[in-house]
Design a protein around this ligand. Structure first.
Ligand SMILES: [Zn+2]
Length: 131
């Protein structure tokens, strides 16, 4: 069971939902601009209705111009999935509880701060050289 209260989870869920709609709107306008009309099924607000991933749907459309947004939608969808199975707020690396304050700032965070710092050290290709 999550260490977060129902109230906190609700708050974080809303952040995720709001962000999701914003990204989806960006996607729509970019696809509109590109002249793609095949956008049935992309209805913000119905995210909980079915399990079909909008990100997958978009990827199927070959919408390479919205790659960045698709990535972000996937990350948000993954966070919503974790909320559904009750693993949201657990560090994916060490299993520790991610503090609410961190989740409030980064609702899609998958790691706690120590693990994230370590991760960025390992995967940073630019910046300080590792010693
Ligand atoms: Zn951790």
């Amino acid at each position: 069971m999550s260490h977060l209260t129902q109230q906190q989870l609700k708050q974080l869920k809303k952040k995720l939902d709001d962000r999701y709609e914003i990204v989806l709107r960006e996607v729509r306008s970019e696809l509109d601009a590109a002249g793609k009309q095949n956008l049935e099924g992309l209805n913000p607000g119905t995210g909980d209705a079915g399990d079909e991933s909008v990100a997958d749907l978009l990827a199927d459309l070959g919408a390479t111009l919205v790659d960045r947004q698709i990535q972000e939608l996937r990350v948000i969808e993954a966070a919503r999935d974790r909320m559904r199975d009750g693993t949201y707020g657990e560090c994916s690396n060490c299993g520790s509880e991610i503090p609410f304050e961190r989740l409030a700032a980064y609702p899609t965070a998958m790691r706690d701060v120590p693990c994230q710092t370590q991760y960025e050290k390992n995967y940073a290709h630019e910046g300080r050289p590792t010693l």
